[in-house]
Design a protein around this ligand. Structure first.
Ligand code: RP5
Length: 177
């Protein structure tokens, strides 16, 4: 069973959590939690919230309209199917919004990908890959943006990249049949 979306307190400079991870449904958390874990690894604070564009439109309005005032710097929005959550959030704030398409329908996330990526000019949503890789990369992209004004975080991100590089073997290991 997927974990319940949870808030995570970490050491952001301001004391406020700089990243909001919003998602259309509890069912998205199984995917979005991978991005949350990446933020945990890099010590970046976030709040994880269920905010549905079609089931809880008033909650979406309240969230997006007050996101900047509440100290968020970046919004990561995961949604599946007719995935209007990232675009609707972006329409109501000038904070950067990164959209993550969920793989939850018979169309395996291509529907969400196209919904999120095809924003008309004027309201940008940075669109990541479908599913877990997108959730992780949205978190890393958020960290890259925050690191522009945070040297400690920039060093952590560089160390994370180096560890990833160092972890790649030069030759493949034998696979047992
Ligand atoms: C979208 O509908 C959500 O983002 C989710 O990916 C999808 C299915 O939601 P559930 O029916 O599982 O609640 O709004």
């Amino acid at each position: 069973m997927a974990a319940r979306p949870a808030s995570k307190k970490t050491a952001a400079k301001t004391g406020k959590k700089p990243v909001a991870i919003i998602m259309g449904s509890q069912s998205d958390w199984a995917t979005m939690q991978h991005g949350a874990h990446m933020l945990d690894q890099l010590g970046v604070g976030y709040e994880a919230l269920i905010v549905s564009a079609h089931r809880t439109p008033d909650r979406l309005y309240d969230f997006a309209k007050s996101a900047e005032k509440n100290g968020f710097k970046i919004i990561i929005a995961g949604a599946g199917g007719a995935a209007h959550l990232p675009g609707m959030a972006a329409a109501m704030t000038t904070l950067p919004v990164f959209g993550v398409p969920m793989n939850v329908t018979a169309l395996e996330g291509t529907d969400s990908l196209l919904s999120i990526v095809q924003m008309p000019a004027g309201i940008p949503v940075g669109t990541l890959a479908i599913g877990k890789p997108g959730a992780i990369n949205a978190a890393l992209l958020a960290v890259s943006v925050l690191a522009l004004n945070d040297k400690t975080l920039a060093r952590k991100l560089a160390a994370h990249r180096k560890a990833q590089t160092d972890g790649v073997a030069k030759r493949p290991k034998a696979i047992d049949d």
